[in-house]
Design a protein around this ligand. Structure first.
Ligand SMILES: Cc1cc2nc3c(=O)[nH]c(=O)nc-3n(C[C@H](O)[C@H](O)[C@H](O)COP(=O)(O)O)c2cc1C
Length: 344
């Protein structure tokens, strides 16, 4: 019998397959099915930073006179000092939003009671301002860890690469003030120096990085001249971007790595583990097929391990990474030249 168990974000997983964040992970019924079919862990659908802020604003603005009277009362009770008043008022805002975000917190609580695999909550964020208190609520609800999906498209002509990248560091620093459970960061690949930035991010105290988020893919409808979304779901050929970077980064950064995007079958899972991923996240496959494909995928991984005489994941994880290649870019260039030169 081979052993598929592994560690991710300091959590013990029975195997390295995580069902990633999506609409599929937003109902208790699905979470039960995910656990029943053998996944190692699950990441809940993200709460959006804007959702947290919007709900706070909405509640506070719903009755202007009531809000003003609350403000006055609070200022009287707490302090005339602007600093303390602001803090108290923030508390009120937080309280207000907590009520409207209760469903999400309830899902975390219910999931923790109903399933015996790690439940990772998720927040989709683009700034470090005024939402992190919610991470504490997620921790209190019982989330085993939090994945931050931070995707900032560097499209602003006025902002330098380092200015934009600083936001990621600020987000992590703010969130870590509020919680002690592990934090992972899910990012895209639009960074001026991806390797260096990922290394620095891995040294901030986060426990894991998810490589990579799959961006929204814009398209144009040439009949209506409207911008549309295309290819909402990945296909089974889309894994090479994360495979390349996991092979390049594994063994050189200071946190775990979750592979994400285009992982649709057992072969790709094995490739990602060979490249150095600690776990994989899968989503689109489960929109196409049901969670019931999971047991068969797990069985195929076991068979492959038996065939290659591997007892555990750690026996082969990372053996195909670039960690022993001194100049990976030069290595890639040789492969590139060889490939293009061989096609006439
Ligand atoms: C319908 C749908 C909803 C998604 N919702 C979220 C989300 O709320 N939070 C998140 O971090 N990622 C979300 N994702 C992205 C997935 O977690 C994943 O990163 C992406 O689909 C690539 O993985 P895949 O190739 O296995 O599908 C969503 C993806 C899909 C298709």
């Amino acid at each position: 019998m081979v052993d598929l168990s592994c560690k991710y974000l300091g959590l013990q997983l029975r195997n390295p397959i995580i069902v990633g964040s999506s609409g599929l992970t937003s109902s208790l019924e699905n979470l039960i099915s995910i656990a029943k079919n053998g996944a190692g862990a699950v990441i809940l659908k993200s709460v959006f930073e804007e959702q947290i802020k919007f709900e706070t604003e909405k509640l506070l603005q719903s009755d202007e006179s009531k809000m003003q009277s609350w403000k006055n009362t609070f200022q009287d009770i707490v302090s005339k000092d602007e600093f303390y008043f602001t803090e108290a008022f923030d508390y009120l805002s937080n309280y207000a939003s907590e009520h409207t975000l209760n469903q999400y917190l309830q899902l975390v609580k219910d999931a923790k009671k109903a399933i015996n695999i790690p439940v990772i909550a998720s927040v989709n964020c683009i700034t470090q301002y005024d939402w992190q208190y919610f991470a504490k609520r997620l921790q209190d609800a019982g989330a085993d860890a939090i994945e931050l999906n931070a995707y900032i498209l560097p499209s602003n002509f006025e902002r330098s690469g380092s200015e934009i990248e600083q936001v990621y560091f600020d987000i992590i620093a703010e969130v870590k003030k509020y919680i002690s459970i592990p934090v992972s960061l899910k990012i895209g690949y639009y960074f001026s120096s991806l390797a260096q930035t990922v290394k620095k991010l891995s040294e901030t105290g986060i426990s894991g990085l998810t490589l990579f988020n799959r961006p929204y893919n814009p398209d144009i409808d040439i009949d209506t001249l409207e911008i549309t979304a295309s290819n909402v779901f990945s296909n089974a050929e889309e894994y090479s971007q994360s495979l390349r970077w996991i092979a390049l980064l594994s063994g050189k950064i200071s946190c775990d790595i979750a592979a994400s995007t285009g992982i649709h079958n057992f072969e790709t899972i094995i490739k990602q583990l060979l490249a150095g991923a600690d776990v994989v996240q899968m989503v689109s496959l489960f929109y196409k097929d049901s969670f019931e494909v999971l047991p068969e995928i797990l069985l195929k991984i076991e068979k492959w391990m038996e065939l290659h005489h591997y007892q555990s994941i750690s026996d082969f994880r990372g053996i195909m990474s670039h960690s022993k290649v001194l100049y990976p870019a030069a290595f890639e260039r040789v492969q590139f030249i060889r490939q293009y030169s061989s096609i006439v």
